[in-house]
Design a protein around this ligand. Structure first.
Ligand code: HEC
Length: 463
């Protein structure tokens, strides 16, 4: 009796797996199911294989803080019914390279930090370019942070977070078709990044978009009724390196100040967008809205029906009928495309920063100064917030026992690569080798004014 049951169970499982294989052939793996096969989302992630698995999570509330795995797709039953609740502790979700999270509400992170890369957020992508789609990221300390992680963030609702909606640091992220409202600081904050911010609706945050030394593309967005600036471009002498924001076809209206340190772009307008009802979940447009058919004329930006793009989160090629798509509306095929887009972007960041290598001086001011200070003395504005103190690079005694290869290596691959703190980031993703060499030379000639002499052991032996 027992044996027969077991056999039936095996046959049954075989059939199901066979069917699943057919269905998910494109994904290359079987779906793992939560909670049917794994009680917790993390248990399923731990059991999955990098780059090979889709994890399907049934509706319900999961009190977990999860860490994704490289190349794994985590698919919820839909943001309206499937919630990951961080229970007030830490980051709710930590990303992994090439991973995808889709179809969840993500809420209740810890409460630490208001800026920088060390703070509790709904989703943290740190050195891990990933895709975040069709999620609601609400009621966290801050929404999403991408740190050295050019990520794809599409069709999300990012609202009611205590600090910012999306924080983009050192990441050429794609931010498209999101509804970003009612966040306590910036809707989107960029620094040292080249993101594309296209077809979002950004309302009622403290500020809409704030940008610092970023080659940001801001197109086809509706940016309205933010409490301070709509688009705020900070002027930082010596740091800008000629980087200009590219604004076009945005509706920027009724912010306390619509533009700060930046002028309206080509096709920008300032009129009441005529939402069905203002802000919140009903940011779709009335038929009489001035934002309809006023996006970029370029056919690549057209709406799904082929007409000229509408501005805002419900326009452009990725527009969904509703941002709260039910699971049936989200096809696995579109996930595959997103996933591939992220994977293909390895090495993309460095190339996108322009053809000519920047000088060591400009790079040092822009990329090292925030931590090591303008003269390299370890006293930059981030030095206190980061926990571990950046080294004083002006100390000849220290730098003269470091070879150029060592300096090149730690700058390219980060502190962790030589057993130092990971707070010293890897710059291989945002600088070319030539640029890193320029920085090493600049440090030698202007910061420590020293060359490598010998390693200290030799010096001591002679004495
Ligand atoms: C986010 C902050 C941060 C940024 C940005 C940063 N560093 Fe660092 N750096 C650190 C910290 C912290 C350490 C010390 C690590 C340790 O002690 O474990 C460090 C260490 C170093 C060291 C090692 C010194 C030694 O002891 O040999 C070098 C060299 C260095 N940084 C160069 C740079 C350069 C050049 C840049 C810009 C391209 C840069 N850093 C950008 C935080 C930063």
């Amino acid at each position: 009796m027992k044996t027969r049951l077991l056999i039936w169970a095996l046959i049954g499982a075989g059939l199901i797996l066979g069917y699943a294989n057919l269905f998910y052939a494109a994904g290359g793996g079987n779906p793992l199911k939560v909670p049917q096969e794994y009680k917790t989302i993390q248990a399923a992630i731990d059991a999955s294989h990098s780059g090979d698995n889709i994890i399907l999570v049934a509706s319900g509330t999961y009190k977990e803080n999860i860490k994704l795995k490289e190349g794994v797709i985590l698919q919820g039953a839909g943001a309206a019914v499937t919630t990951i609740d961080g229970d007030g502790e830490g980051n709710v979700v930590e990303g992994a390279t090439g991973s995808v999270i889709e179809g969840f509400t993500i809420t209740n992170s810890g409460k630490i930090g208001r800026s920088g890369d060390i703070m509790d957020v709904g989703i943290s992508a740190k050195y891990s370019p990933m895709t975040i789609a069709n999620c609601r990221i609400v009621g966290n300390n801050a929404g999403i942070s991408t740190y050295f992680s050019p990520s794809t963030i599409v069709n999300n609702i990012i609202a009611g977070n205590k600090a910012f909606g999306i924080n983009i640091l050192y990441s050429d992220s794609q931010v498209k078709n999101n509804l970003i409202y009612d966040n306590g600081s910036y809707g989107i904050y960029n620094s040292y990044s080249g993101p594309e911010i296209v077809n979002n609706t950004i309302t009622e945050n403290l500020e809409g978009i704030y940008s610092f030394v970023s080659r940001v593309v801001v197109k086809n967005n509706i940016i309205a009724r933010n409490k301070n600036a709509g688009i705020h471009w900070i002027e930082a002498p010596d740091n800008q390196g000629g980087v200009e924001p590219v604004l076009s076809y945005n509706l920027v209206w009724d912010n306390k100040r619509d533009y700060v340190n930046v002028s309206p772009g080509n096709g920008d307008i300032s009129e009441d967008p005529r939402f069905l009802s203002m802000g919140k979940l009903e940011a779709r447009l009335q038929e009489s809205s001035p934002a309809i058919d006023k996006g970029d004329e370029d056919g690549n930006y057209n709406d799904p029906d082929g007409s000229r793009a509408d501005m805002g989160a419900y326009g452009g090629p990725l527009a969904q009928k509703t941002l709260l798509a039910s699971p049936e509306e989200v096809s696995y095929a579109s996930l595959e495309i997103l996933y591939k887009a992220v994977k293909d972007r390895g090495g993309y960041l460095a190339q996108s920063w322009g053809v000519r290598a920047k000088s060591g001086k400009v790079l040092f001011a822009g990329k090292c100064g925030p931590c090591h200070g303008p003269q390299g003395k370890g006293d930059g504005p981030y030095s206190l917030s980061e926990g571990i103190r950046p080294r004083d690079l002006s100390m000849g005694a220290l730098l003269s026992i470091r070879t150029d290869e060592f300096l090149f290596g730690i700058i390219k691959n980060g502190g962790a690569s030589v057993g130092f703190s990971e707070v010293m980031p890897p710059f291989g993703v945002s600088m070319s080798d030539e640029e890193i060499k320029n920085v090493v030379q600049y440090v030698r000639s202007e910061i420590c004014n020293c060359q490598y002499i010998k390693d200290s052991g030799d010096i001591e032996l002679k004495e």
